[in-house]
Design a protein around this ligand. Structure first.
Ligand code: UTP
Length: 295
């Protein structure tokens, strides 16, 4: 039987250069989609998937992330004194339990693979999840957001899991792409991976989309992999090496994913997440119709 996935790693040490100047002092993971930071959407996705321990790989100027997942005593006391019970209860419900978070630093942004490797001692010797926090997801018809669908696949097949999504064939050169082996419904064996293949050479139009379940042996691989594309230690390179000895499965996520690390993706995420919220959607839809009417 597959081991239970208890820990999730959130690499949040990147510079966020695509959304400057917003990210000059605010970490991109703390930019707000509707009424909560992008990173909180990811943590909620992880909680829904059964994750119990949240490991954040941060960098300099990211201390506000740590504060966000802690109590805010002055604010809580003021809300209490003013009788704002609903707001107070919502804040407390969002605060992780004592000991359920860990923070470590990636001192220099040497790449996603290096960021994941920085979590090795906290994760220890058990399979774990990785969520790229600039990707946020809305549930699909199969049930649950992306990480839940990955964990369901891990429970059924074991091994390492990568969430994938379809893109237009003309866009494959911008992403990590997987090759499809034997398929079991929406889950399939991954028979190869390639990072940013030149146009016209991609083995499929399925991109690696930002949710992973990895065996702990990936840490030993990442330690020795060396710099790849862009001079960075690439997670895809580590996974390719690990795939020589350990099975990898792709999961076709049937919900929606938004890349909040790009300006257009960030705007689209705000619209889609607002429309998914029963408390906001009715009023927001009216405003949106006014704007759409002018297009
Ligand atoms: P990105 O390449 O999207 O992040 O990495 P970035 O470098 O912040 O973005 P741009 O391109 O400059 O706008 C995907 C994820 O990996 C993390 C990022 O924080 C992001 O969540 N990351 C990337 C690290 O934690 N460390 C790194 O060295 C690189």
């Amino acid at each position: 039987m597959a081991k239970r996935i208890r820990k999730a790693v959130f690499p949040v040490a990147g510079l966020g250069t695509r959304v400057l100047p917003a990210t000059k002092v605010i970490p991109k993971e703390m930019l707000t989609v509707v009424d909560r930071p992008v990173l909180q959407h990811c943590v909620e996705e992880a909680i829904e998937a059964g994750i119990e321990h949240f490991v954040f790989v941060t960098g300099r100027n990211k201390a506000v992330i740590e504060d966000h997942f802690d109590h805010a005593y002055e604010l809580e006391a003021t809300l209490k004194a003013r009788g704002k019970t609903k707001e107070l209860e919502a804040l407390l419900a969002d605060t992780p339990a004592a000991g359920a978070t860990s923070f470590t630093r990636q001192q220099a942004p040497l790449g996603l693979g290096h960021a994941v490797w920085c979590a090795r001692d906290i994760v220890g010797d058990e399979p774990f999840a990785v969520l790229l926090p600039d990707m946020i997801t809305l549930p699909g018809a199969r049930g649950g957001r992306c990480l839940k669908q990955c964990i369901d696949a891990h429970n059924a097949h074991g091994g390492n899991i990568i969430a994938v999504e379809e893109v237009r064939a003309s866009d494959t050169h911008m992403y990590g792409i997987v090759s499809v082996g034997k398929a079991f419904d929406h889950v399939f064996e991954i028979s190869g991976m390639v990072e940013k293949p030149p146009q016209g050479t991609a083995p499929s139009n399925l991109i690696i989309s930002g949710r992973y379940i990895l065996e702990p042996s990936v840490f030993g691989v990442l330690e020795n992999i060396g710099a790849g594309a862009g001079g960075e230690i690439q997670l895809t390179d580590g996974m390719k090496k690990l795939a020589e000895t350990s099975p990898f499965f792709g999961v076709r996520f049937d919900g929606k994913t938004y890349d909040t690390g790009s300006k257009v993706g960030f705007l689209a995420a705000n619209v889609a997440f607002a429309l998914s919220r029963p408390d906001i959607a009715p009023d927001f839809r009216k405003e949106l119709k006014k704007i759409v009417g002018t297009l």
